[in-house]
Design a protein around this ligand. Structure first.
Ligand SMILES: [Zn+2]
Length: 210
Protein backbone atom coordinates (compact mmCIF):
# COMPACT_ATOMS: atom_id res chain seq x y z
CA UNK A 1 0.00 0.00 0.00
CA UNK A 2 1.32 3.41 -0.94
CA UNK A 3 0.08 6.52 0.84
CA UNK A 4 1.07 10.10 0.14
CA UNK A 5 0.40 12.69 2.80
CA UNK A 6 -0.47 16.18 1.68
CA UNK A 7 -0.91 19.05 4.10
CA UNK A 8 0.62 22.39 4.99
CA UNK A 9 3.77 22.58 7.11
CA UNK A 10 2.58 22.17 10.71
CA UNK A 11 -0.47 20.07 9.80
CA UNK A 12 0.90 17.02 11.61
CA UNK A 13 2.04 14.86 8.67
CA UNK A 14 5.15 13.84 10.58
CA UNK A 15 3.19 12.60 13.62
CA UNK A 16 0.77 10.60 11.46
CA UNK A 17 3.69 9.07 9.53
CA UNK A 18 5.45 8.11 12.76
CA UNK A 19 2.32 6.37 13.98
CA UNK A 20 1.96 4.31 10.78
CA UNK A 21 5.64 3.48 10.87
CA UNK A 22 5.62 2.34 14.49
CA UNK A 23 2.23 0.61 14.69
CA UNK A 24 1.79 -0.67 11.16
CA UNK A 25 5.34 -1.17 9.91
CA UNK A 26 5.16 1.39 7.14
CA UNK A 27 8.35 2.56 5.51
CA UNK A 28 8.40 6.32 6.00
CA UNK A 29 9.90 8.29 3.14
CA UNK A 30 10.30 11.83 4.39
CA UNK A 31 11.97 13.97 1.77
CA UNK A 32 13.42 16.24 4.45
CA UNK A 33 15.24 13.26 5.95
CA UNK A 34 16.13 11.71 2.59
CA UNK A 35 17.74 14.98 1.49
CA UNK A 36 19.67 15.26 4.74
CA UNK A 37 20.96 11.70 4.30
CA UNK A 38 21.80 12.29 0.65
CA UNK A 39 23.76 15.42 1.55
CA UNK A 40 25.97 13.37 3.87
CA UNK A 41 27.08 11.15 0.96
CA UNK A 42 29.72 11.67 -1.66
CA UNK A 43 28.00 10.55 -4.86
CA UNK A 44 27.43 12.51 -8.10
CA UNK A 45 23.75 12.92 -7.15
CA UNK A 46 24.58 14.04 -3.59
CA UNK A 47 27.06 16.58 -4.93
CA UNK A 48 24.48 17.89 -7.37
CA UNK A 49 21.96 18.34 -4.52
CA UNK A 50 24.58 20.06 -2.34
CA UNK A 51 25.45 22.46 -5.14
CA UNK A 52 21.80 23.41 -5.69
CA UNK A 53 21.19 23.89 -1.97
CA UNK A 54 24.35 25.93 -1.45
CA UNK A 55 23.26 28.26 -4.24
CA UNK A 56 20.07 28.87 -2.24
CA UNK A 57 17.85 27.50 -4.99
CA UNK A 58 15.04 25.01 -4.56
CA UNK A 59 15.89 21.50 -5.68
CA UNK A 60 14.26 21.03 -9.10
CA UNK A 61 11.75 18.28 -9.90
CA UNK A 62 14.13 16.06 -11.89
CA UNK A 63 16.71 16.02 -9.10
CA UNK A 64 14.06 15.47 -6.42
CA UNK A 65 12.51 12.62 -8.44
CA UNK A 66 15.92 10.98 -8.83
CA UNK A 67 16.64 11.23 -5.08
CA UNK A 68 13.26 9.63 -4.35
CA UNK A 69 13.77 6.94 -7.02
CA UNK A 70 17.03 5.90 -5.39
CA UNK A 71 15.28 5.73 -2.02
CA UNK A 72 12.54 3.53 -3.49
CA UNK A 73 15.16 1.21 -5.04
CA UNK A 74 16.53 0.63 -1.54
CA UNK A 75 13.12 -0.61 -0.32
CA UNK A 76 13.32 -3.43 -2.87
CA UNK A 77 9.97 -4.98 -1.92
CA UNK A 78 6.94 -4.49 -4.19
CA UNK A 79 4.58 -5.48 -1.33
CA UNK A 80 5.96 -2.92 1.14
CA UNK A 81 3.66 -0.41 2.80
CA UNK A 82 5.15 3.00 2.15
CA UNK A 83 4.15 6.45 3.32
CA UNK A 84 5.47 9.58 1.61
CA UNK A 85 5.70 12.80 3.55
CA UNK A 86 6.83 15.99 1.82
CA UNK A 87 6.68 14.37 -1.62
CA UNK A 88 5.20 14.72 -4.20
CA UNK A 89 5.01 18.50 -4.00
CA UNK A 90 3.45 19.05 -7.41
CA UNK A 91 1.70 17.31 -10.28
CA UNK A 92 4.91 16.51 -12.15
CA UNK A 93 6.33 14.72 -9.11
CA UNK A 94 3.02 12.90 -8.53
CA UNK A 95 2.98 11.59 -12.10
CA UNK A 96 6.58 10.45 -11.74
CA UNK A 97 5.91 8.65 -8.45
CA UNK A 98 2.77 6.99 -9.76
CA UNK A 99 4.85 5.43 -12.55
CA UNK A 100 7.33 3.99 -10.03
CA UNK A 101 4.77 2.83 -7.47
CA UNK A 102 1.01 2.90 -7.74
CA UNK A 103 -0.29 5.48 -5.28
CA UNK A 104 -3.32 4.10 -3.42
CA UNK A 105 -4.26 6.96 -1.14
CA UNK A 106 -3.53 10.68 -1.13
CA UNK A 107 -4.48 12.03 2.27
CA UNK A 108 -4.89 15.76 2.61
CA UNK A 109 -4.31 16.60 6.27
CA UNK A 110 -6.23 19.75 7.04
CA UNK A 111 -5.76 22.04 9.98
CA UNK A 112 -7.31 25.40 10.63
CA UNK A 113 -4.92 28.16 9.52
CA UNK A 114 -4.85 29.89 12.93
CA UNK A 115 -4.15 26.55 14.55
CA UNK A 116 -1.19 25.90 12.24
CA UNK A 117 0.19 29.34 13.02
CA UNK A 118 -0.08 28.65 16.77
CA UNK A 119 1.59 25.25 16.42
CA UNK A 120 4.54 26.74 14.59
CA UNK A 121 4.96 30.16 16.15
CA UNK A 122 4.55 28.63 19.63
CA UNK A 123 7.52 26.33 19.03
CA UNK A 124 10.65 26.91 21.14
CA UNK A 125 13.83 24.89 20.87
CA UNK A 126 16.60 24.17 23.34
CA UNK A 127 19.84 25.15 21.58
CA UNK A 128 21.76 22.58 23.65
CA UNK A 129 19.76 19.31 23.67
CA UNK A 130 17.43 20.26 20.74
CA UNK A 131 14.28 19.38 22.75
CA UNK A 132 11.21 21.06 21.23
CA UNK A 133 8.64 22.85 23.41
CA UNK A 134 5.52 24.80 22.58
CA UNK A 135 4.30 27.78 24.59
CA UNK A 136 0.69 26.70 23.96
CA UNK A 137 0.86 22.90 23.97
CA UNK A 138 4.03 21.71 25.63
CA UNK A 139 5.19 24.32 28.12
CA UNK A 140 8.51 23.93 29.92
CA UNK A 141 8.22 23.79 33.73
CA UNK A 142 9.96 27.16 34.03
CA UNK A 143 9.05 29.76 31.41
CA UNK A 144 11.42 29.81 28.42
CA UNK A 145 13.82 27.36 30.08
CA UNK A 146 14.74 23.79 29.07
CA UNK A 147 13.49 21.18 31.58
CA UNK A 148 16.50 18.97 30.94
CA UNK A 149 19.46 21.32 31.13
CA UNK A 150 18.16 24.77 32.10
CA UNK A 151 19.20 26.42 28.82
CA UNK A 152 17.30 29.46 27.56
CA UNK A 153 14.91 28.36 24.78
CA UNK A 154 14.99 30.03 21.38
CA UNK A 155 12.58 30.49 18.50
CA UNK A 156 13.89 29.48 15.07
CA UNK A 157 13.80 32.29 12.50
CA UNK A 158 11.70 30.04 10.26
CA UNK A 159 9.06 29.81 12.98
CA UNK A 160 8.31 33.53 13.22
CA UNK A 161 4.78 34.56 12.35
CA UNK A 162 5.51 36.58 9.18
CA UNK A 163 7.58 33.69 7.78
CA UNK A 164 4.95 31.11 8.72
CA UNK A 165 2.07 33.07 7.16
CA UNK A 166 4.04 33.57 3.94
CA UNK A 167 5.01 29.89 3.80
CA UNK A 168 1.38 28.86 4.36
CA UNK A 169 0.12 31.10 1.54
CA UNK A 170 2.78 29.81 -0.85
CA UNK A 171 1.95 26.25 0.12
CA UNK A 172 -1.79 26.68 -0.47
CA UNK A 173 -1.39 28.24 -3.91
CA UNK A 174 1.19 25.69 -5.09
CA UNK A 175 -0.79 22.82 -3.64
CA UNK A 176 -4.14 23.46 -5.35
CA UNK A 177 -3.25 21.78 -8.69
CA UNK A 178 -1.83 18.75 -6.84
CA UNK A 179 -5.07 18.34 -4.89
CA UNK A 180 -7.06 18.55 -8.13
CA UNK A 181 -4.83 15.92 -9.78
CA UNK A 182 -5.33 13.53 -6.85
CA UNK A 183 -9.07 14.10 -7.01
CA UNK A 184 -9.06 13.26 -10.72
CA UNK A 185 -7.15 10.04 -9.98
CA UNK A 186 -9.81 9.15 -7.38
CA UNK A 187 -7.23 8.78 -4.63
CA UNK A 188 -7.94 11.95 -2.63
CA UNK A 189 -9.21 11.77 0.96
CA UNK A 190 -9.49 14.61 3.44
CA UNK A 191 -8.65 14.26 7.10
CA UNK A 192 -9.24 16.95 9.72
CA UNK A 193 -6.45 17.09 12.24
CA UNK A 194 -7.99 18.95 15.16
CA UNK A 195 -6.64 16.18 17.40
CA UNK A 196 -3.95 13.70 16.46
CA UNK A 197 -5.83 10.59 17.71
CA UNK A 198 -8.85 11.68 15.73
CA UNK A 199 -6.79 12.20 12.57
CA UNK A 200 -5.09 8.82 12.95
CA UNK A 201 -8.46 7.08 13.32
CA UNK A 202 -9.67 8.67 10.09
CA UNK A 203 -6.51 7.60 8.25
CA UNK A 204 -6.90 4.03 9.50
CA UNK A 205 -10.54 3.93 8.38
CA UNK A 206 -9.67 5.25 4.93
CA UNK A 207 -6.85 2.74 4.42
CA UNK A 208 -8.63 -0.20 6.11
CA UNK A 209 -5.93 -0.60 8.75
CA UNK A 210 -6.93 -2.52 11.87
ZN1 LIG B 1 17.88 21.32 26.67
Amino acid sequence: MVIILLGAPGSGKGSISNYLKEKHGFIHVSTGEVFRRTMAQDTPLANQVKQIMLSGKLVDDDTTNEVVRQEILKINNPQANVIFDGYPRNVKQLEYLNKLLKVDYAIDVQVDKDEIIKRITGRRVCPVCKEIYNIYYKKPKVENTCDKDGSLLVQRNDDQESVVVERYKTYMSLNAPLITACKNMNILHEVKNDQLEHAIKQVKDICNLK
